[in-house]
Design a protein. Structure first.
Length: 329
């Protein structure tokens, strides 16, 4: 469905500049942005993805991953057919990097689907929800009016102005921080690092619940220096921010070897020296997905795959030492 796009400016001679994300595509008549979804039509910026979803499913909230936001709950998840990065290792390239069949859901339809599924809300995920800005902006108030939660799972490649709008209408975000070197972003993701860091900083200063994910790719972002820079950055924002390390497996254009378990454990140990909530994902190792009290190390939440048990919380506090966990229940 075509819809007038938000955040663009006219640059003369019928051209437009998209101001939604740091790519800032300069588009002449008929040209399409790097996201494959925003096009100059008659000197106006138009999206063709409004309400067009590539997938809809009810997932555990832990699958986003969000470990400290309504743990052990379910959330209806959906996403658009687009992305504003072109990561060589994209896990969902078949729905983010090429046009596929979609299903139209009006904002009202989405709200009804959430209610029927008995979910806590809607997660905009799978591909890149930033490029679905107009649709999410219309859906979020309707969801929140019904007492439902709004979640984004995003690459954080968004400009400050639209992000500020998101932060007024979203309850929780998991941002994918792909690496800590500019050349990694430019060569592997076709993007820029600094705008991502700026978006994460801005979100950390807001009231929105924030968690971060880093996919560890052998030979590309797995060195001690890479990992330490990432840990130091997260610690500089707020120590209680949950950090998820995820294991890479070959996909799309990248054929590097899968991430070894010992690399994942090395990252976990490095991060745990500075951060209280560190998790390993996409691995078959027990014990690395549990939430423990930062003070007394009491097990607060135990997880195995997507099976979750809340075992050591009284409200949001540790049941043993009464330390505030920051976990939203």
């Amino acid at each position: 469905m075509q819809h007038e796009a938000a955040y663009f400016s006219k640059s003369g001679s019928g051209s437009v500049v998209c101001d939604l994300c740091p790519a800032r595509c300069h588009l002449s008549e008929g040209q399409v942005g790097v996201c494959h979804a925003r096009q100059n039509i008659g000197g106006e910026l138009i999206t063709d993805n409004y309400g067009e979803t590539v997938s809809i499913a009810v997932d555990p909230i832990e699958k986003k991953p969000l470990y400290h936001f309504y743990p052990n709950s379910a959330i209806l998840s959906t996403g658009p057919n687009c992305c504003n990065l072109d990561c060589r290792h994209c896990q969902n390239w078949s729905i983010s990097q090429r046009k596929v069949r979609t299903l139209y859901l009006s904002p009202e339809d989405l709200v009804n689907a959430v209610i029927e599924s008995k979910s806590i809300g809607a997660a905009f995920t799978y591909t890149e929800p930033v490029v679905w800005f107009e649709y999410i902006r219309d859906c979020a108030p309707l969801l929140r009016k019904k007492g439902l939660k709004v979640v984004l799972v995003s690459n954080a490649y968004v400009n400050p102005e639209p992000l500020a709008e998101f932060l007024q209408i979203v309850d929780a975000i998991n941002f994918d921080l792909k690496g800590m070197r500019p050349e990694f972003y430019s060569h592997v993701c076709k993007g820029k690092l600094e705008p991502v860091l700026d978006a994460i900083r801005m979100t950390a200063e807001s009231s929105v619940h924030l968690e971060l994910t880093n996919l560890i790719i052998p030979e590309l972002n797995d060195s001690d220096d890479d990992l330490q820079k990432l840990v130091d950055f997260v610690a500089s924002l707020s120590r209680p921010i949950p950090l998820h390390f995820s294991a890479y497996h070959p996909s799309y254009k990248l054929k590097n070897e899968s991430t070894p378990d010992d690399t994942m454990i090395r990252a976990y140990k490095m991060a745990s020296k500075k951060l209280p909530y560190v998790f390993l994902g996409n691995v078959r190792m027990e014990g690395y997905a549990d939430s423990k009290c930062p003070r007394c190390h009491n097990h607060l939440i135990e997880r195995s795959l997507y099976h979750t048990d809340i075992v050591g919380l009284e409200g949001s506090k540790c049941s043993q030492c009464v330390t505030e966990s920051g976990i939203i229940l």
